[in-house]
Design a protein around this ligand. Structure first.
Ligand code: CA
Length: 535
């Protein structure tokens, strides 16, 4: 990082330098930093300045606004637990028994990111993209589960994206899965969204009470069921409105009801797209699929959609069809040219639920900070604004959607509080300019309140790792541990599966990455993290 162009970290010392050998230290002390980022504000993540592409993006946006006379719409489409390798355009599709022509078409129409990163589980990602802050800073460090006692409403002092966009005239809607708290004060319509239409928790949390095949010990045991019901999440489709009003639209009473949920949710989003398109205000829609998080059930109105016939694969094909319907609705409304679309998944596949689980070519899975847990599909599409067929391996963190949305909506970052640290990077110029490069230098990976790893360009350094005790069970049967004498340093270009460390000697990257980890850790001293009882 440079501080106003003055390099501070000329000879970075890795976080575990003290335990490394003397010969290593000699090499590292001579190492030049590869860090290109510059600090503009003390409480903002340093970004790589890209002067020309930033100018080009500003001009492109201004031209569009002159043409349309309004600010652009923003729609995020977020699939739950979809693996990097599930869509055809990421190497899966028909090859793994579930063709995804609509998602593939979206990718061809825009920019396909191959190094796009989520947090390693649902709640952390979903909160990070709406706050622009790492989960460890907001306290939302892991999924909120049945029976959890939250000690403090994390949203009480967060400034959410829908709040900021709402203040500048946007209509805001969240459809589908929320999973960032269902008590009053934590619901989407309490934290800035004008409207909410969806389910608060993941499919499995809702359906286990009606799924005697998977959970016979619960469904057939009244004593267990009574205990479950005392802590069970809400199983209603909720229609919520800013100000607190919440209506129970329907209830999940069977696995068939759950199987139909996504089609119902997409119908709602499509109806709202039609309404929004006719109004004179721009919109922000976050559409969150319930699928393909376990447990998946066929939509009884279109069963067995995939070649594989497995429930997970059928769910992938349904999500693909429904994504195509959302895109078609934007086209029918005549607003594709003024709508930024981003399609992604909130974390890697949950292999603990196999075969009701996705596919990743990488090591690890949901719940880990290896690539399999955090590298996700990321497609940015905007007719006339993002050139079709672009592909980039530059790093993108889903938190960057926060800063990019603010820029698109014309909200100045000066509106953000200065008493807390912001981790997002504004990636507008990366996404909008032909051959645009990422403005992000490093991606940091956390597991709960533990800093695990850092990626810069093709290098990734782990200082802690999750190790499963059986091949698939990265959540239910795993341990977290420190690495040994040296950090585990992988070159992801020659070793995408993170199996062959390139070693601690003679690698100048070790110093730079170690320096970034240290620098990142230091931000927590000045801006202490929140603890809401999930750590
Ligand atoms: Ca998830």
């Amino acid at each position: 990082m440079k501080y106003n162009s003055v390099r501070l970290m000329k000879s970075s010392i890795p976080i575990l330098a003290a335990s490394l050998s003397m010969s290593t230290l000699v090499i590292q002390s001579k190492a030049e930093s590869f860090d290109r980022s510059v600090c503009v504000k003390d409480n903002f993540e340093p970004a790589i300045p890209r002067v020309q592409q930033s100018k080009d993006a500003v001009e492109k946006l201004a031209n569009l606004q002159r043409k349309t006379g309004r600010k652009p719409n923003i729609i995020w489409i977020i699939v739950d637990d979809m693996g990097y390798g599930d869509p055809g355009c990421y190497g899966g599709g028909a090859a793994v028994g579930a063709a995804t022509p609509n998602i593939d078409r979206l990718a061809r129409a825009g920019l396909r990111l191959t190094s796009c990163y989520a947090q390693q589980t649902c709640t952390p990602t979903r909160s990070a993209i709406l706050t622009g802050r790492l989960p460890v800073r907001t306290g939302l460090t892991r999924p909120i589960l049945a029976g959890d006692k939250i000690t403090k409403n994390p949203w009480a002092d967060e400034v959410s994206l829908p709040t900021l966009l709402g203040e500048t005239g946007y209509q805001t809607l969240l459809t589908g899965k929320w999973h960032v708290g269902e008590s009053e004060g934590m619901r989407p319509h309490d934290v800035g969204f004008d409207e909410y239409y969806g389910y608060y928790s993941a499919q499995k949390e809702i359906t286990q009470a009606v799924d005697a095949r998977r959970y016979p010990d619960l469904v057939n045991n009244p004593e267990m069921m009574a205990a479950f019901e005392a802590i069970a999440p809400d199983n209603h489709l909720i229609h919520g409105f800013k100000g607190g009003k919440s209506v129970e639209v329907s209830q999940v009473k069977s696995t068939d009801d759950m199987g139909r949920a996504d089609a119902v949710l997409v119908d709602f989003t499509i109806k709202k797209i039609g309404e929004f398109a006719k109004s004179d205000k721009p919109f922000f829609i976050e559409h969150c699929f319930m699928k393909v998080h376990c447990d998946n059930f066929d939509n009884p109105d279109m069963p067995g959609l995939s070649a594989s016939k497995y429930a997970y694969k059928n769910a992938i094909v349904e999500v693909d069809l429904l994504t195509g319907k959302i895109y078609q609705a934007l086209e029918d409304a005549g607003i594709l040219e003024n709508t930024f679309i981003f399609f992604t998944s909130d974390n890697g596949p949950q292999m603990d639920a196999w075969p009701d689980a996705g596919y990743t070519p990488f090591r690890g899975a949901k719940g880990t900070t290896f690539e399999g847990g955090v590298r996700v599909p990321g497609i940015a599409c905007w007719k006339g604004m993002i050139s079709p067929g672009r592909v980039s391996d530059d790093v993108f963190d889903l938190m960057d959607l926060f800063g990019t949305a603010l820029n698109l909506a014309g909200v100045s970052s000066d509106k953000l509080p200065t008493d807390r640290y912001y981790d997002f990077i504004d990636q507008t110029s990366f996404l909008l300019t032909d051959d645009g490069k990422s403005n992000r230098e490093a991606v940091y990976f956390w597991w709960g309140s533990q800093l695990m790893a850092c990626r810069m360009r093709e290098y990734k350094e782990h200082v802690k790792v999750i190790i499963p005790q059986s091949k698939m069970q990265w959540i239910d049967y795993s341990t977290i541990q420190d690495v040994g004498l040296a950090p585990w340093l992988f070159n992801l270009y020659i070793d995408p599966k993170e199996e062959m460390p390139v070693g601690h000697r003679r690698n100048a990257w070790l110093a730079t990455l170690g320096g970034k980890l240290k620098e990142h850790g230091a931000t927590f001293k000045k801006y202490p993290p929140k603890n809401i009882g999930l750590n």
